[in-house]
Design a protein around this ligand. Structure first.
Ligand SMILES: [Zn+2]
Length: 479
């Protein structure tokens, strides 16, 4: 059912097209003209009998009246203005509601509506300042720590969807992902001209998921991208209301994708067997399900505490030691700023996540025991490189849990006193005396610090690029 405002404008549109005044129409239908006026102004809902009579007299169908499209470009502007004035951002200003009179030109209306749009855009943008983004991200991390990074509802949904296409176990193929998409009425289309700001686009109208061409290097993440787009539908996501909402949706979508790629029903027995033979290794889990090391390590955090009773931590660090992403429910003392945010902070240089970069041979995981002020942790780190920088993925557990893991016999050991600054941040007294006031350096700007700024409806995605992309593809026949 459309809103009363549009309905009223459609009635008025068809009445004037029929050359009738309110008085004439009222007389013919035996309705007071004032009642018709209230309906046309969207202030009263007509009964179905009146709607039927109106349609008959105006030579249209009831469906024509109930259509939710504005009857003319002018009406579209009037409706947009009305809606904007009903929004919270405008009402906060305490300005009077402006009713578009007949004498108000289209250009005036267009200007007002344009200003409202910009006002709204700026209000949304202000919500996601880097600081607010960091706070929202921290709240989300803490929320997931409370539930041991395990979401039974999404696990159930993913299990159901994977089982519905007859997937029995092992790596989920592109073919299976396509079948899953088809079941939702979607088709996967590879596009080599995706908007620069988007990694994947879902066209709800045509039911297409656009992802990059399969041939690009690192294409193994494509199944995950397509699954994340499907998650948007399966989890009933709408346009995010604010940055926190955006983060939650994104995290839930990633969770769904991971739960499809490494289904609980197959992954848990695999990990239980590894635990039984005291040989848990993320590299094995990764290879068994054909995913990236990071995806496998993150998925392990979903299942380890809930199913194996193991508390743990996950770290993704950049080559310069900055923390890109973290999860812990084992009390590892993550470096945090005053807002409680860990992303972008520099990790202790004695931790496995950073020591692993110093190795020359990096084909296998690096293992290390790290003594910290809150206890000893066993950590396994895999390093890698993107075009832009090197990174490391670390999965760690408290000392007593190391007995379940491959690499526990390692002789690598380090002592960390972080967050005490004297551990690895503050220079020792001798070198401070030697160099204090005798050197100068220019800082490298941290490009990866967690501070995405929104440009459109979806934070970080340029709406214009997105809509141009959709326009150009909607016209093309489906493959
Ligand atoms: Zn340190």
């Amino acid at each position: 059912m459309q809103d009363l405002s549009t309905l009223g404008r459609r009635v008025r549109h068809f009445r004037t097209r029929a050359g009738l005044t309110l008085d004439q129409l009222g007389r013919e239908l035996d309705v007071a003209p004032s009642q018709l006026s209230l309906i046309e102004n969207g202030r009263r809902e007509p009964r179905l009998t009146l709607l039927t009579a109106l349609a008959a007299r105006l030579g249209v169908t009831v469906a024509d009246l109930l259509d939710d499209a504005p009857p003319s470009p002018r009406a579209a502007l009037e409706i947009a203005l009305e809606r904007a004035q009903q929004g919270a951002a405008y009402r906060e200003l305490g300005l009077p509601a402006l009713r578009p009179s007949r004498g108000m030109g289209d250009d005036v209306l267009r200007t007002l509506v344009g200003l409202h749009r910009e006002l709204d855009r700026r209000a949304r943008q202000a919500i996601a300042t880097p600081e607010e983004a960091r706070r929202a991200n921290t709240r989300q991390r803490l929320r997931m720590e409370e539930v041991d990074n395990h979401v039974p509802e999404i696990e159930a949904l993913a299990s159901e969807d994977v089982a519905a296409v007859g997937h029995a176990g092992g790596a989920l193929t592109h073919r299976t992902v396509s079948l899953m998409a088809a079941r939702l009425g979607l088709s996967i289309v590879h596009a080599d001209d995706l908007p620069h700001s988007a990694r994947c686009v879902l066209d709800l109208e045509s039911g297409r998921i656009y992802i990059p061409p399969a041939s690009i290097p690192g294409g193994h993440g494509l199944r995950s991208l397509a699954l994340q787009a499907m998650a948007h539908m399966r989890l009933g996501h709408g346009e995010p209301q604010d940055y926190a909402d955006f983060l939650r949706q994104r995290q839930d979508a990633s969770y769904y994708a991971a739960a499809c790629l490494m289904p609980e029903a197959a992954a848990v027995p695999f990990l239980e067997a590894a635990k039984k033979s005291r040989d848990i290794a993320i590299e094995d889990f990764r290879d068994a399900f054909g995913v990236t090391h990071e995806a496998a390590a993150l998925r392990f955090t979903n299942l380890a505490t809930a199913h194996l009773g193991i508390r743990l931590h996950f770290l993704r660090a950049a080559g310069d030691g900055a923390l890109v992403r973290a999860y812990e429910n084992d009390a590892l003392p993550l470096p945090v700023d005053v807002t409680g945010s860990a992303e972008g902070q520099i990790l202790c240089r004695h931790w496995s996540a950073r020591r692993a970069f110093a190795r020359t041979t990096r084909t296998t995981e690096y293992f290390q025991y790290t003594d910290t002020p809150v206890g000893t942790f066993f950590e396994a780190t895999q390093t890698g490189t993107t075009e832009a920088e090197e990174f490391s993925i670390t999965l760690g557990v408290p000392y007593e849990e190391s007995r379940w893991f491959r690499g526990r016999e390692t002789q690598n050991r380090a002592v960390s006193r972080c967050p005490d600054l004297s551990c690895c941040r503050r220079p020792d007294a001798d070198s401070a005396r030697r160099w204090g006031g005798r050197a100068w350096a220019s800082a490298r700007v941290h490009a990866h610090i967690f501070s995405p700024l929104p440009q459109g409806t979806y934070p970080g995605v340029d709406d214009r690029e997105l809509y141009e992309f959709l326009e150009s593809h909607a016209a093309a026949p489906e493959e």
